[in-house]
Design a protein around this ligand. Structure first.
Ligand SMILES: Cc1cc2nc3c(=O)[nH]c(=O)nc-3n(C[C@H](O)[C@H](O)[C@H](O)COP(=O)(O)OP(=O)(O)OC[C@H]3O[C@@H](n4cnc5c(N)ncnc54)[C@H](O)[C@@H]3O)c2cc1C
Length: 327
């Protein structure tokens, strides 16, 4: 059995939310361990254009690399592992990973989500280049192009309407599924004259990473430069569920303003919570969670008098008053 690693705070997830939290915790002098399985969604974005402070854009994996370097500067420890289970203990949490086990007094889950890709073979090379999941991230970069929205729900219609600000050529493709949008959304489709193609899609034509066309059953081909999918997301909430935290109907971990879940000592941040799934929002939530955890640990150390013991050591061993001189 591998050794158990201990830390005051454990962060599971090394994407934008987890790394931002780790930087704040390290700078708050909290002994912090970040455990990550290395599958941040940010890796899929070659050119992040909406993150503050990078006017020329930055690749998602470079942003992650810089954030890891920044966290190391504040003595955050890292473990590459995938946590399979978590359990509560009197004094915190025990985690079991594929490679080791871990004990922490506070736990932050920043495990993210998985966007469900469209059911069209051969599109993987287009991911982040001409096939997208997020209008706020990628709408701006496909202005004036021929855009297809993949889906059959109210969200599909909302995406199509929002895309009209970027292009006059926007269509919905349902890939053979019966539409599930309500009457109001059906009315908007008619009012704004958005074409809907309902035939099954059996393939796509692309040139490298550039999508060129969608091929429909019956022999029709539609020229498409960009495909946005609205099939939904899978929330990576298994650990939170196992610990008994409240999860909403979508699968998001329910949190308060300090990113506290309904389980004492357990926090969550980033896309796995009810946030708009954006890098800057995930990073902000990570910072909020870290501040909440730091406050929580300070209050605990006052209640248990461990801060008094720490102060006692300071008083015995260090200069505790500023040097004062008579002028
Ligand atoms: C193609 C694409 C393009 C995007 N473009 C943009 C953009 O331009 N701008 C923008 O703002 N946003 C963009 N996004 C969204 C952005 O990537 C997310 O908002 C951001 O990554 C969310 O951060 P997070 O920390 O919540 O999750 P993530 O960054 O996904 O990080 C979650 C981490 O948790 C780890 N993890 C999960 N479960 C476990 C476990 N059990 N044990 C250990 N580790 C675990 C994962 O490996 C992963 O590293 C894009 C997303 C995609 C897919």
């Amino acid at each position: 059995m591998p050794e158990t690693a201990n830390a005051e705070v454990i962060v599971v997830g090394g994407g934008l939310a987890g790394l931002s939290a780790a930087i704040y915790l390290g700078r708050a002098k909290r002994d912090t361990l970040l455990i990550d399985s290395g599958r941040s969604m940010a890796r899929w974005e070659p050119d992040v254009q909406n993150y503050l402070g990078f006017p020329e854009g930055i690749a998602g994996d470079e942003l992650l690399r810089r954030a890891r370097r920044q966290a190391r500067r504040y003595h955050v420890k890292f473990a590459r592992d995938e946590i399979a289970a978590a359990a509560r203990r009197k004094d915190g949490f025990r985690l079991r990973g594929k490679k080791g086990s871990y004990l922490g007094r506070r736990l932050l889950l920043a495990t993210g989500i998985f966007h469900i890709p469209p059911d069209i073979p051969g599109l993987k090379p287009c991911l982040g280049r001409s096939m997208f999941f997020c209008k706020d991230c990628d709408g701006y970069r496909v202005q004036g192009r021929s855009i297809a929205i993949y889906g059959w729900t109210n969200e599909t219609v909302a995406y199509a309407l929002a895309m009209l600000f970027y292009s006059s050529c926007v269509a919905i493709v349902t890939d053979g599924r019966p539409p599930r949008w309500d009457r109001a959304h059906a009315r908007w489709i008619r009012e704004y004259e958005i074409p809907v193609y309902r035939k099954r899609i059996f393939g796509a034509r692309r040139n490298g990473t550039a999508l060129k066309a969608l091929n429909f059953e019956g022999g029709m081909e539609a020229r498409v430069d960009a495909l946005f999918t609205t099939r939904g997301d899978i929330y990576l909430n298994k650990l939170a569920k196992g610990l008994g935290a409240k999860i909403n109907r979508e699968g998001e971990i329910v949190v308060d303003f300090d990113m506290r879940t309904t389980v004492p000592g357990l926090y969550a941040a980033g896309c796995v919570t009810p946030a708009n799934c954006q890098m800057i929002i995930a990073a902000g939530q990570g910072a909020t969670a870290a501040q909440g955890i730091n406050r929580d640990l300070l209050e605990e150390s006052l209640a248990t008098h461990s801060l008094r013991r720490f102060r006692g050591r300071q008083l015995r061993s260090a200069r505790v008053r500023p040097v004062v001189r008579r002028k």
